[in-house]
Write a protein that binds this ligand. Structure first.
Ligand SMILES: [Cu+2]
Length: 308
């Protein structure tokens, strides 16, 4: 049998190893050719469109350059006895490719800056807090205007923990949950993103770009989905040994179903808090107040909001 040296073994393994690495990375790349976009969420849709514009121009330039390169390789390949022509510049060609490259760059710059505000600034909601369509925004507001501070939107706190995402919803019921975020279709969702321990990164690729979750800071992001559905994501910043299991999911429900979920979650949470309070009273009755004071004796607000 043929003996294979370690170097040649390495060389043979390199190709398959690269192929495996590329395919294994696909689930994390949030789209193979183009970035994911789903639910009609504007930041992700616009990121995808911009990526497409830049990508197509990049492909045209790449194919053009490679075509000229291969044409030259074939046409001017070495022939016996042929002396290479000595060329000293070509003014028309040089001006041509300088101006051409500049025009492409100017176009890409303009396209990017025209689209960036739509990626960064939240769009106005299509429904109000009661689930009614908002007509005023469409009828009276300029299309390039940010929604007013008092405009319809829902702000959800996104809190990174090692290794779970916590969500706090607006409202006096203090509804909160983990991993699954429930939102109503048509509502602009603004996010206050932070962390209680290390750096995490909030990312639902189909809905919007990444946003870092940093302890001590509140970063903003937003999305708005126009159809019911589920979109998955995962912490995008290596945050410790269980980072790979720090999943998140956004579940968009029609407003009535979302409201039903919210009411159920609020009731579950209330029941859990009452049960905890009752348990505490019982313990204090048995063992005196010292049993529930100090660490661990505070009200436990970490009970899950339940599934929808
Ligand atoms: Cu994380």
């Amino acid at each position: 049998m043929e003996r294979i040296g370690p170097m040649s073994l390495l060389r043979r393994a390199l190709g398959p190893a690269l192929a495996v690495a590329l395919f294994a990375a696909v689930p994390a790349s949030a789209g193979i050719l183009m970035p994911e976009a789903g639910g009609g969420s504007p930041p992700a849709e616009k990121t995808r469109t911009l990526y497409g514009i830049i990508g197509i121009i990049g492909i045209i330039v790449f194919v053009g350059v490679e075509a000229v390169l291969f044409w030259c390789l074939v046409k001017y390949r070495a022939k016996k006895g042929l002396v290479a022509a000595q060329i000293h510049g070509n003014t028309r060609l040089e001006i041509g490719w300088t101006v051409g490259a500049a025009v492409i760059l100017v176009f890409l710059t303009i396209a990017t800056f025209v689209m960036l505000p739509g990626i960064k600034n939240p769009a106005a909601s299509s429904i109000d807090a009661n689930g009614n369509p908002v007509a005023a925004n469409a009828a009276f507001a300029a299309t390039d205007q940010d929604p007013p501070p008092g405009g319809e939107s829902m702000n959800i706190d996104v809190i990174g923990h090692q290794y779970v995402w916590q969500f706090k919803y607006p409202g006096e019921e203090n509804v909160q949950g983990y991993t699954d975020m429930y939102v109503p279709v048509g509502m602009t969702i603004t996010l206050d993103i932070t962390s209680v321990d290390v750096q995490h990164s909030w990312w639902i690729p189909a809905l919007a770009g990444k946003q870092d979750a940093l302890p001590g800071y509140t970063n903003k992001s937003w999305f708005k989905v126009t159809e019911a559905g589920e979109w998955k994501g995962q912490c995008a910043e290596l945050c410790g040994r269980n980072h790979a299991n720090m999943y998140a999911r956004v579940i968009a429900l029609p407003f009535d179903e979302w409201q039903a979920w919210y009411d159920r979650a609020a009731a579950d949470l209330k029941a859990a808090r009452e049960a905890a309070a009752a348990g505490r009273e019982e313990l204090e009755a048995q063992e005196g107040p010292a049993a529930t004071s100090g660490a661990g004796g505070e009200e436990n607000t970490n009970s899950s909001s339940g599934e929808g």
